[in-house]
Design a protein around this ligand. Structure first.
Ligand SMILES: CCCCCCCCCC/C=C\CCCC(=O)SCCNC(=O)CCNC(=O)[C@H](O)C(C)(C)COP(=O)(O)OP(=O)(O)OC[C@H]1O[C@@H](n2cnc3c(N)ncnc32)[C@H](O)[C@@H]1OP(=O)(O)O
Ligand code: FAD
Length: 673
């Protein structure tokens, strides 16, 4: 997005835009997945961002905890009313598209700045119904949930257990006499803890609980539980529910707790698309017990896109600010330079710009895999489930950590002003860092990836189980480490280097594992002792996969101008070189010291080349000023005016002498006289 009136724009930004080497709209359309989507997004933005319904009377930072919740709930309900009932919105987007745009972290996050209390309803409750409910159950629940007649959340995590799903303590015991399940939280640690929207918003939840029938436990299953009266919203008998208190970020999402005291629900409130319990209490096994975890897989895919969108916002703010900010003289006597001119600043920002594309290409390919698995024939679905699980765990972990670290680098790149709430960087950083924890804590996700890699590498697959396409390289002959450097240092050569590292690390881990077991160590303890190496292997595998998706994605792009193609190729190369500095490519023999020096020189040259396009590149992300919501990042670069205007809005500045002075400071001043 460029400023409407160019004459009020900061001159440095104008200069930056003038020497752009590519066509920004081409990148905008690529990121939107087509020019039609760009038009649609613009119309939705125009409608919502100019609608006074969604204005904040007081900046949310100055509201109390309860006021913030109430303010965000007001706007989120108004948003839902719009896409359900307003023909203008429906004509623009259609209900589905409206929901995607409003609940994802694009337009919606500009409206509900502190977290959307209804997000979990759309992001997890509805997807859980779609992936877990039988046809009959869908017919009953989906329409009501879609129309907002019921509001749900996804209640899995407990005080005592989050990562270890099998360790959940909430029980759902079938009573064949009444044909009901009895849901119960037997201990303090079994209290559900964290679900978004659970505290005060949701009146229903998909509750994950250990299923007991005919005296046997069948593991975690999903149940729909009504929490609150649909009319009065009062919590129902047997339900203790509330909010868990302030968090690092997204404080309006009313993350909650839930304790169930022998709550009875009808048998058909167990979601029965995969596993079933008959009226008499017989358990009917699903084709795979992991199908119950399908909702998490969907959300892990969504998080990859979401983290990438957050990074787009952070790098837009930091890059524009770096073009406006002048600090110190590069050459004494020549005047202060834009901080973007410093090589160290380029090294902070340009890899983040490249990461946006690496994440986009990888997330899109993952989405394709998700769709082919979930919509393919049943047998193929089951065969590809481990590959989908591993890619979604690994990419979720990589996108979450790359993007949250990237957002924080962008915050640091803005110096002191990046620490101001009005830069919007603290909010972006705290929202993004949560993606490293929720929907599978990152280390736990890496260990899942490693487990599968080791299984494939050591021929531990069950009979009939095939290794997925992304790990076929583990079965292929090891690439030639003595190949000439011009072959090893190409884009595909560097992808190969990551694969070499994965194999070497798996070999190391396996040998260590065998040595420990042979020496009498219990196998699971031996595996834990190898887990640092295993996590390294998982991370190298995913980095190689992301590099490969980026290279292949750019190679396959069609119909772009030469300038745009060149910039994308340079960003891709920059991404590969940035990560090639990892010790693993050197340590496992793919690169020599001389290769590393050569790649570093190429990296520095690329920083200089891409520096000239940095502002135009972030412009091409086409993020509306109201979505950026930043004093530092607006398209016109009026940084200092905005900082001052925002400071004046502080409630402390509404009085010259605050009341607190008379209460506390005056007595102190007097007593020390
Ligand atoms: C509209 C769209 C907008 C998009 C916007 C997005 C914005 C998002 C905002 C949302 C905000 C917040 C949402 C957050 C919600 C939550 O956090 S919900 C809670 C999430 N909790 C977790 O993720 C728990 C993590 N733990 C687990 O998933 C499992 O416990 C674990 C994967 C660790 C596996 O556990 P194991 O110890 O291995 O035990 P088992 O369960 O028995 O597994 C045995 C084998 O099965 C394999 N496995 C596991 N999971 C899957 C799966 N899903 N699919 C396929 N296979 C699976 C596992 O690898 C084992 O395989 P093996 O025996 O080795 O062959
Ligand atoms: C903002 C936010 C929103 C959330 N929303 C929801 C929601 O809507 N619904 C819901 O059900 N939950 C939700 N959660 C909970 C979230 O899914 C869990 O916090 C997450 O899965 C991590 O589990 P945990 O908290 O038990 O961490 P723990 O597993 O206790 O992690 C603590 C440490 O132990 C380590 N660790 C744990 N297990 C292992 C292992 N096997 N091997 C090695 N190390 C291990 C971890 O790496 C970590 O360093 C939310 C959490 C947050 C922060």
């Amino acid at each position: 997005m460029k400023p409407a009136a160019e004459n009020v724009c900061n001159p440095d930004l104008l200069k930056e835009r003038a020497h752009c080497r590519f066509i920004p709209e081409e990148i905008t359309h690529f990121l939107d997945n087509g020019s039609e989507n760009t038009k649609l997004r613009h119309k939705l933005e125009e409608y919502f961002l100019n609608n006074p319904l969604f204005d904040d009377d007081i900046p949310p930072d100055y509201l109390s905890h309860s006021e913030r919740y109430s303010n965000e709930l007001r706007k989120s309900c108004a948003m839902v009313q719009c896409f359900l009932n307003d023909p203008t919105v429906q004509n623009i987007a259609g209900q589905m598209e409206g929901v995607r745009m409003l609940m994802g972290n694009g337009l919606g996050s500009a409206i509900t700045k502190d977290g959307n209390p209804l997000a979990l309803h759309y992001v997890m409750f509805l997807p859980a119904l779609i992936s877990q409910a039988s046809q009959e159950q869908m017919a009953y629940w989906i329409g009501r949930a879609w129309a907002g007649q019921i509001i749900g959340t996804y209640a899995q995590t407990e005080l005592g257990h989050g990562s270890f799903l099998r360790g959940l303590e909430t029980t759902a015991t079938y009573d064949p006499d009444s044909e009901e399940f009895v849901l119960h939280s037997p201990t303090i640690t079994s209290i559900k803890w964290w679900p978004g929207g659970l505290g005060k918003t949701a009146n229903h939840a998909v509750v994950m609980a250990q299923l007991y029938t005919e005296g046997k436990c069948w593991g975690p299953h999903a149940f729909i539980v009504q929490l609150r009266d649909l009319d009065t919203h009062a919590s129902l008998p047997g339900i203790s529910v509330g909010e868990i208190g302030p968090r690092l970020g997204t404080n309006s999402q009313d993350n909650g707790f839930l304790r169930l005291h022998h709550v009875r629900i009808p048998r058909l409130h167990m979601l029965m698309q995969h596993a079933q319990v008959t009226k008499s209490g017989e358990y009917v096994q699903p084709a795979s017990s992991k199908l119950t975890y399908g909702t998490m897989v969907f959300v892990r895919v969504a998080i990859c896109f979401d983290a990438g969108r957050q990074l787009q916002r952070a790098v837009t703010i930091a890059t524009r600010y770096s073009a406006v900010r002048r600090q110190s003289e590069l050459v004494p006597g020549e005047g202060e330079v834009q901080v973007l001119d410093y090589q160290t600043q380029q090294h902070k920002l340009l890899p983040q710009l490249a990461t946006v594309f690496a994440v986009t290409f990888s997330a899109r390919r993952l989405w394709e895999t998700y769709n082919s698995v979930t919509h393919g024939p049943k047998e193929a679905q089951l065969a590809l489930l481990p590959e989908l699980h591993v890619l979604s765990c690994g990419l979720k972990a990589a996108c979450a950590s790359d993007c949250s670290l990237g957002c924080d680098v962008c915050r640091l790149a803005c110096g002191g002003h990046g620490y101001l709430a009005s830069s919007n960087l603290p909010r972006i950083v705290t929202a993004t860092t949560a993606t490293q924890t929720y929907e599978g804590e990152n280390t736990v996700m890496w260990l899942q990836v490693a487990r599968y890699l080791l299984k494939v590498y050591s021929d531990g697959l069950e009979s009939g189980e095939e290794a997925g396409p992304s790990v076929q390289f583990l079965r292929e002959p090891r690439p030639d480490l003595t190949a000439p450097s011009h072959a090893r240092l190409t884009n595909y050569g560097l992808v190969m280097g990551w694969r070499v590292a994965v194999v070497a690390l798996l070999q190391e881990a396996q040998q260590e594992l065998q040595r420990r077991v042979a020496a009498g160590q219990q196998p699971d303890r031996a595996r834990d002792a190898c887990s640092l190496t295993l996590v390294d292997a998982a991370q190298c595998y995913i980095r190689g996969h992301m590099c490969c998706q980026f290279v292949a994605g750019v190679d396959e792009l069609q119909g772009l101008s030469a300038g745009t193609t060149l910039v994308l190729q340079q960003l891709c190369r920059l991404y590969l070189l940035y990560h090639a500095s990892s010790s693993h490519l050197l340590r496992h023999g793919w690169l020599s010291g001389a290769d590393v020096s050569q790649l570093e020189a190429e990296y520095r040259a690329l920083l200089t080349e891409l520096r000239q396009d940095a502002v135009a590149l972030v412009d091409s992300f086409d993020i509306h000023d109201r979505i950026l919501n930043s004093t530092l990042g607006a398209a016109d670069g009026r940084v200092y005016d905005r900082l001052y205007e925002e400071a004046l809005k502080s409630p402390l500045n509404q009085q010259d002498v605050p009341d607190a002075f008379n209460k506390y400071l005056r007595p102190l001043l007097k007593s020390s006289l």
